[in-house]
Write a protein that binds this ligand. Structure first.
Ligand SMILES: Cc1cc2nc3c(=O)[nH]c(=O)nc-3n(C[C@H](O)[C@H](O)[C@H](O)COP(=O)(O)OP(=O)(O)OC[C@H]3O[C@@H](n4cnc5c(N)ncnc54)[C@H](O)[C@@H]3O)c2cc1C
Length: 410
């Protein structure tokens, strides 16, 4: 069957967007502080509009509610959608991480029901991976799921779950076997955030933002159909999930729709700051803006090149860590230079444009998040050295040891 040409798709998207989607009209991203339920409701409504118009889930297969088109179609749609309101809040983790993980590893039922509902704007997903004892050693999770007849019973705690308070389902990595080495005793579950025994609390960050959550699972009963992949094969599912997360963070996911950041990641580029403060003629500012633009271009081109190489099998999927690292580097340079261009007033928010300086300041406070989300920079470097370059693995005293015998400092 032939698929629609990019140009025809682009033309239809342009007409449809103009007739159906609201213009952004310069709406500034606002940090998520208290009740932001209207933002999530709005994102769901926008997604429903995309679905009704036939422009949702562009790269997801038709049998699971998508359009079955190519990344080039998605790219064309993204370009046309600039200047329009888009459900950006749903891009991550729902569309770029959770849905593709289900697509690769989930059961037919999970794919049909969860991916379909997300594309229709009815459901949102989140990730329950990191734990209070540490997120870097993901294979060392201590949240447990014990078999009880035709159910598992989930107990434990998770943390740093992005937008879990707004989600309907979470992908939760838990230990189902304590007698085998740590990577072998894990299982991934699809957990309803409203199941009895699930408690979700929001966490307030340094910028007042409350996108993160902590969760407690107390005897949460999960049917066998909640298992994603196979029992005991959770590390393979988690690895695929991390691959999608690192690809998404590096800007290479074909499953996100629209451009720009959702409200939860405010900040300002050096270009925006220089323009707003009338500093574009200053030679030193021009130098800094040039440095930012050059690095941005290199990051975009490299991201496209590495993504293509992974797709073609020329690089292993673990090379997505390169995208993730590059994103962190580019993000640091962006926020550091935005602060330098904004000048000293960034610290106090005074000057001729408080808004832009405030945004630069918040972006700077949050710059470190790019070095932690999807695994820290240090862990990404480990992956690149061990899994892409084939260098020796770092020593691990718990390798090959049954997990219940692993010493635990807590
Ligand atoms: C924006 C953002 C979004 C996130 N979203 C989610 C989410 O939706 N769901 C979720 O489950 N988690 C989420 N996280 C959590 C994230 O996955 C963890 O922060 C990350 O894995 C690091 O874990 P940690 O914070 O517990 O640090 P730790 O693991 O305690 O590490 C602390 C420091 O020690 C270093 N370190 C640890 N081990 C080694 C080693 N072997 N070699 C070298 N250095 C090491 C780390 O690099 C780090 O600098 C998010 C984080 C951010 C910033």
């Amino acid at each position: 069957m032939t698929i629609e040409s990019i140009e025809s798709f682009r033309g239809r998207a342009r007409t449809w967007l103009a007739e159906n989607m609201p213009r952004t009209a310069g709406r500034e991203p606002a940090p998520i502080i208290e009740d932001d339920s209207h933002e999530w409701q709005w994102a769901r409504e926008l997604q429903k509009k995309l679905y009704a118009g036939g422009f949702a889930g562009i790269c997801f297969p038709k049998e699971y509610g998508g359009l079955g088109l190519t990344p080039a179609h998605q790219q064309a749609f993204n370009e046309e959608s600039e200047g329009y309101e888009m459900p950006l809040l749903l891009n991550s983790p729902t569309f770029s991480i959770c849905a593709p993980t289900l697509l690769d590893m989930g059961s037919e039922e999970q794919k049909r029901e969860r991916i379909g509902a997300a594309i229709r704007g009815e459901e949102i997903m989140c990730q329950f991976l990191s734990e209070p004892g540490g997120g870097s050693d993901l294979a060392g999770v201590r949240t447990r799921a014990d078999r009880d007849g035709d159910h598992f019973v989930l107990n434990g705690a998770k943390i740093w779950s992005t937008s879990a308070y707004a989600a309907d389902w979470g992908l939760c990595l838990a230990r189902t076997d304590w007698d085998v080495p740590k990577h072998h005793g894990l299982t991934m579950f699809l957990v309803s955030t409203r199941a009895p025994g699930v408690t979700i609390n929001r966490i307030r960050m340094v910028n007042g933002n409350r996108e993160f959550c902590e969760e407690f699972f107390d005897n949460v009963r999960l049917p066998l159909s909640a298992v994603v992949g196979e029992v005991g094969d959770g590390w393979r599912v988690a690895s695929q999930q991390l691959y999608h997360e690192r690809t998404a963070m590096g800007g290479g996911s074909p499953y996100t729709s629209g451009t720009g950041h959702p409200a939860m990641m405010p900040g300002a580029t050096p270009v925006e700051v220089a323009t707003a403060l009338g500093r574009t003629a200053d030679p030193r500012v021009r130098e800094m803006v040039g440095e930012y633009l050059a690095l941005n271009e290199v990051a975009e081109q490299t991201s496209a090149r590495v993504t293509r190489a992974i797709e073609a099998g020329d690089l292993p999927p673990t090379a997505a860590s390169l995208l993730r690292l590059l994103h962190a580097e580019a993000s640091h340079v962006k926020h550091d230079l935005a602060v330098e261009v904004a000048g000293a007033a960034v610290a106090t928010g005074v000057g001729n444009d408080e808004g832009i300086q405030g945004r630069a300041a918040i972006g700077f406070l949050m710059r470190q998040s790019a070095s932690l989300g999807g695994g820290s920079d240090e862990m990404s470097r480990n992956v690149v050295s061990e899994r892409v370059l084939g260098m020796p693995r770092e020593p691990a005293p718990d390798r090959g040891v049954p997990f219940k015998q692993v010493r635990n400092g807590r």
